[in-house]
Design a protein around this ligand. Structure first.
Ligand SMILES: [Mn+2]
Length: 342
């Protein structure tokens, strides 16, 4: 958990900021965290952080243009010290492996719980926003494979049909319920180029109710739905090409220089094939960009060992990781993984 005084400190910081700048991760948890922070301060400017290494000085120009008085970093696992050293009033709320960086106010439930509490950032953003929008918190949490007990209680009071009582496992919530569908929609609208994604984010800040999206009942809801469908078509096409064999590794790669769908695809493929070690990769500019999933194996440990001595990097959660491996080291990488599964 995050202590109450820290939640209040964050609430005060975002509410009283004149020009808050918010970096958020490009997944439903990051987006739902941003939307809840935005609901506390409509002056906030959001920047989607697409993962490819740490959040670093590449973004300094953006900071200088906006001249924020406070900077918030939500659900981003890695930030560079060099970047932080050039900034003031940075608040970083995360639930990945705790960081020891300086010149930042750091909030992470993993610290006090000694690694046991890794509830999503959108859950803590819900506390920060004084529990205003349970649906945003729930969509973010389900996207990160969590169903926090107290949150689901609040959520079902308002939206019982979006997450039926018999649903207990996060993966069932994600792949067989309406709240899971919204999570998928949030995930897909962040794909594609930045201008399109930001137009969707901006539209979402004006949506008050999940049914606007699910029933396409307002112009904002229609806009989100249309953008979702565009990416969903590509997604379904790639998914239909995944083949399952007897092998304990389920490996699938495709060529695409633009958008990554590997994270979403690997989640669904794991759901459909829970016994397999899933490796879904997108090949782009001589690199394999992969999402690794398994419910049986400790993916993060296996990945760390497999990367030793190779050109590549990666990390993530115990059972869900991302990585990038150079084409020339790809076969060795696969061999290193396979050895650990036998
Ligand atoms: Mn997250």
């Amino acid at each position: 958990m995050i202590p109450d005084e820290q939640i209040l400190e964050l609430r005060k910081a975002i509410t009283e900021s004149a020009r808050p700048l918010i970096f958020f991760d490009d997944d439903p948890d990051g987006l739902c965290s941003f939307l809840q922070f935005y609901s506390l301060n409509n002056e906030a400017r959001g920047i989607i952080f697409k993962r490819a290494g740490p959040l670093d000085s590449f973004f300094l120009q953006k900071v200088k243009e906006f001249e924020p008085d406070n900077i918030f970093i939500l659900d981003v696992a890695e930030v560079s010290q060099e970047f932080l050293d050039q900034l003031h009033n940075v608040h970083w709320l995360d639930h990945h492996k705790p960081s020891k960086l300086k010149n930042v106010k750091y909030y992470n439930p993993m610290i006090k719980s000694r690694g046991k509490d890794n509830k999503p950032v959108s859950y803590f953003a819900y506390q920060v926003a004084a529990k205003k929008d349970p649906w945003l918190a729930m969509v973010g949490c389900v996207g990160d494979w969590h169903i926090p007990k107290d949150l689901v209680k609040d959520f079902r009071k308002e939206y019982p049909d979006l997450l039926p009582k018999e649903i207990k496992r996060p993966q069932d919530a994600l792949f067989s319920t309406k709240v899971g569908e919204i999570s998928k929609i949030f995930s897909f609208i962040l794909k594609g180029d930045n201008a399109e994604a930001m137009a969707c984010v901006k539209t979402l800040t004006r949506i008050k109710d999940p049914y606007e999206i699910l029933d396409h009942s307002t112009s904002q809801g229609k806009f989100i739905w249309k953008n979702f469908m565009r990416h969903n078509k590509i997604y379904e096409d790639i998914k239909s090409r995944v083949k399952v064999s007897e092998d304990k590794i389920l490996l699938f790669s495709y060529q695409d220089n633009r958008t990554s769908l590997t994270s979403e695809l690997s989640n669904e493929i794991l759901y459909l094939n829970p016994e397999k070690f899933i490796i879904i990769c997108r090949v782009s500019n001589g690199n394999y960009k992969c999402s690794l999933r398994s419910s049986k194996y400790k993916v993060r440990e296996i990945l760390q060992k497999a990367l030793v001595g190779l050109e590549g990097f990666g990390g993530g959660h115990m059972h869900a990781c991302g990585c990038q491996v150079s084409e020339k080291d790809w076969e060795q990488f696969l061999k290193n993984i396979r050895e650990q599964l036998d």
